[in-house]
Design a protein around this ligand. Structure first.
Ligand SMILES: [Zn+2]
Length: 241
């Protein structure tokens, strides 16, 4: 009798254990299904990233120009000239100015080395780079291939939009490293993103450039910064959600 009762307790415990396991599996399964959906959409988006088909945005500050997406025809920009002669889109000027003021207040002195460029200027830069590699002994085709890794072909450079800037140090007072470190940490607060991050080369089509910052506006810059994503990923993620 005692043995029988022991047995029934054991059986009941086993059943309880099995029920508990089923319950946990069910809950885990449920959670998985719920969390899988956005991640599936994200993966679909990532496939699109790999194919480099970027949705076109109507917002001027979210336009994508890269080696697969050329600057739209008839793109026009109102430029403003900086003290050193460089030009930028007048819409990014107030935030750029504010960012530089904030940096200077911390004792770091930046300068815009490159702002807006015309297609002709982009072509010249590319040709100069090709020539430099040829002078170093590269064949013409290898020189072209290598140059294009670093310099965008005309029509595919963000500098032609006027909303991208290469920022270096005013060398008499600061180092480039100081400027790049500050920008990496703070630029998003002023609406600028590190456009070509390390590890995103396959998606952006460009090598890591700690000096090249691109305006997207504060709201978008914050999300891009906090999620460690690049502009292309951000746009696809928006499409999925
Ligand atoms: Zn640049």
């Amino acid at each position: 009798m005692l043995e029988n009762r022991d047995l029934s307790i054991k059986t009941r415990r086993r059943r309880l254990r099995i029920a508990a396991i089923f319950c946990i599996l069910f809950m885990a399964g449920n959670m998985l299904v719920k969390s899988e959906l956005p991640s599936m959409l994200w993966k679909m988006g990532m496939m699109a990233v790999k194919n480099h088909t970027i949705p076109i945005s109507d917002e001027w500050n979210l336009i994508v120009v890269n080696r697969w997406n050329e600057i739209p025809e008839n793109y026009s920009v109102t430029l403003i000239e900086l003290e050193n002669g460089q030009k930028v889109d007048s819409r990014i000027y107030p935030d750029l100015q504010e960012m530089f003021d904030a940096m200077r207040a911390e004792g770091i002195y930046p300068t815009v080395r490159e702002g807006y460029r015309t297609a002709e200027e982009q072509q010249e830069i590319l040709e100069e780079r090709i020539q430099r590699y040829i002078n170093e002994g590269y064949s013409r085709s290898r020189a072209e291939r290598t140059a294009k890794k670093w310099v965008a072909v005309p029509g595919t450079s963000e500098h032609q939009l006027g909303i991208a800037v290469d920022i270096n140090a005013d060398k008499t007072r600061s180092t480039n490293d100081e400027v790049y470190t500050w920008l990496a940490k703070n630029a998003y607060n002023y609406g600028f993103i590190l456009r070509y991050p390390l590890g995103k080369e396959d998606i952006t089509g460009a090598e890591y450039e700690p000096w090249h910052f691109r305006y997207v506006g504060i709201e978008h810059a914050q999300i891009i910064y906090e999620n460690h994503i690049c502009l292309e990923e951000y746009l696809l993620n928006r499409l999925c959600n």
